[in-house]
Design a protein around this ligand. Structure first.
Ligand code: GLT
Ligand code: MN
Ligand code: MN
Length: 389
C-alpha cells in the first residue's frame, strides 16, 4: 500500500535544474539519446512529477547568442509556465564552462578579457535569476583548473577567484538583489584538477572575502564521493559554520567519473545519514537534485528518475524518524550521553589545568570499555533494510 507521506509536497522544497531533467544523455563517447525539451516543457514535466522548484543556468533558459527581444519573450513564456505549474525558482546560476571561451577557466583564466567577460556574464545571470525571485546564486567553477600547472601559479588563481567574488558581492549589494552565493566544489572533471577541490577548501576561502556573510557553500554528494570523502561530514561542517546555503543531492560511486546518479541509488546508507542530518538539524533550504536519468531512458524514464529522487529522500526521512524513536537505539544513545554528563566541563585557566593534570585516569580500564557501535549500526541496518517496522 502506498503511504501518503511518500508523496512530494511543496514543504519538502524539492527542486531540479533545467539541466537535470533536460539532460539528453550525451557523454564523451556517445551522442544524445533524448530529444531536446524546451524550458517550458521541462517545467510542465516538473509540475507533473510534483516538484516544488526549478533552477537554471543563464543559458539553460536564454541561448548565449539570443537577441534582447528573444530573451524577453523566453522569460515571459517561462514565467507563465512556472505560474501555471506552481513551480518557483529558488536558485539561479551561470554557465562558465560550456562555451570555448572558457577553455582556460573563467574567473581564473590568464586572459583578462575572459575574466572580465565572465564577470559580465555572471552579472547578466544574476539579473535573470532576480527577475524570477531566486534567492540563492550558485557558482560552480568547473573550468577553474588546469591540465598543467605550468600555466599559472595556483595561488594566483586563488587571488583572481577572490577578486571576482568580491566584485560580484558588490554588484549584489548595489542592485539590492539580496542573493546568497553558494560555492560548489568538485575535485576534477572537466579539468584535470579543479581549484578548491572540496567543500572544506571553499569554507576556508570564504573567510578571506570582503563580505563573507554573503557567501556559503553548495556541497554535492557526487563531488564529495568522487574522491571518497564523506558528504555528511562536509555538510555538517558547513552547517555548523552557518554556511550551508544550498545542497546538490545525487549519488556516485567513489573513484569514477561524475555520475550524477539518482539520489540514494549507489550508496543508500550514506544517503540515509545525509537525510537524517538535514532533518535532525532542521535545514530549511531547497533539496536540489542535481542528477540525471540513465542514458537508457526516454522522457517517461526521466519522470521515473525524478520521482525516484524525491521518493528515496522521503523514505529515508521516514527511516530517520524511526531511528530517532527506536527504543534500543535511544537506550544506547542515552548511555553515551549520560557518560558525557558525568565528565565536568573542560575549564580553562591555571587552576583548572592543574586540576586536570593531577586527575587520575585508568587508561587500560578506559580502553577496555566496549562502545556498542556494532549493535547501533546493525539496528540502523534493520531499519534501512526493512526488518524493523
Ligand atoms: C553541472 C555540474 C553541477 C553544477 C551545475 C551548476 S552545472 O551540471 O556538474 O554539479 O551544480 O553549475
Ligand atoms: Mn552540482
Ligand atoms: Mn555533479
Amino acid at each position: 500500500m502506498e503511504k501518503n507521506n511518500l508523496a512530494p509536497a511543496p514543504e519538502h522544497k524539492f527542486s531540479f535544474g533545467l539541466w537535470t531533467v533536460g539532460n539528453r544523455g550525451r557523454d564523451p563517447f556517445g551522442d544524445a539519446v533524448r530529444p531536446t525539451m524546451s524550458p517550458v516543457e521541462l517545467v510542465q514535466l516538473l509540475g507533473e512529477v510534483g516538484a516544488w522548484g526549478v533552477n537554471f543556468h543563464d543559458n539553460d533558459l536564454v541561448p548565449i547568442d539570443a537577441a534582447p527581444g528573444e530573451r524577453d519573450q523566453i522569460v515571459g513564456e517561462f514565467r507563465k509556465a512556472c505560474e501555471e505549474n506552481g513551480i518557483v525558482v529558488p536558485m539561479a546560476t551561470v554557465n562558465l564552462f560550456f562555451d570555448p571561451v572558457f577553455k582556460d577557466g573563467a574567473f581564473t583564466s590568464n586572459d583578462p578579457d575572459v575574466r572580465a567577460y565572465s564577470l559580465q556574464k555572471t552579472m547578466g545571470a544574476m539579473d535573470l535569476g532576480a527577475e524570477f525571485g531566486a534567492e540563492t546564486f550558485v557558482l560552480w567553477g568547473g573550468r577553474e583548473g588546469t591540465e598543467t600547472d605550468a600555466c599559472r601559479r595556483p595561488d594566483e588563481a586563488v587571488k583572481r577567484f577572490r577578486e571576482a567574488i568580491n566584485y560580484l558581492c558588490d554588484y549584489n549589494k548595489a542592485q539590492g538583489y539580496g542573493y546568497r552565493f553558494a560555492l560548489e566544489a568538485k575535485p576534477n572533471e572537466p579539468r584535470a584538477d579543479i581549484y578548491f577541490p572540496t567543500t572544506g577548501s571553499y569554507l576556508a576561502f570564504i573567510e578571506t572575502l570582503e563580505s563573507p556573510e554573503m557567501v556559503g557553500v553548495n556541497p554535492e554528494v557526487a563531488h564529495e564521493h568522487m574522491p571518497g570523502l564523506n558528504m555528511t561530514h562536509a555538510v555538517a561542517q558547513a552547517w555548523e559554520m552557518g554556511k550551508l546555503f544550498h545542497i546538490d543531492l545525487n549519488d556516485q560511486t567513489p573513484g569514477r567519473y561524475d555520475q550524477d546518479l539518482r539520489f540514494g541509488s549507489a550508496n543508500p546508507l550514506a544517503a540515509f545519514w545525509l537525510v537524517k542530518f538535514l532533518e535532525d538539524v532542521g535545514y530549511s533550504g531547497p533539496r536540489h537534485f542535481d542528477a540525471h536519468a540513465y542514458r537508457t531512458e526516454d522522457y517517461e524514464g526521466v519522470k521515473d528518475f525524478a520521482k525516484g529522487c524525491m521518493r528515496t529522500y522521503l523514505i529515508l526521512k521516514e527511516k530517520a524518524e524511526r531511528w530517532n524513536e527506536h527504543p534500543q537505539i535511544r537506550e544506547i544513545l542515552a548511555d553515551i550521553d549520560s557518560k558525557n554528563e558525568a565528565v565536568p566541563m573542560m575549564k580553562h585557566g591555571k587552576e583548572a589545568a592543574a586540576e586536570l593534570m593531577s586527575s587520575p585516569f585508568d587508561r587500560k580500564e578506559i580502553a577496555a570499555r566496549g562502545l556498542r557501535y556494532e549493535r547501533l549500526d546493525q539496528l540502523t541496518m534493520d531499519i534501512l533494510l526493512g526488518a524493523y517496522n
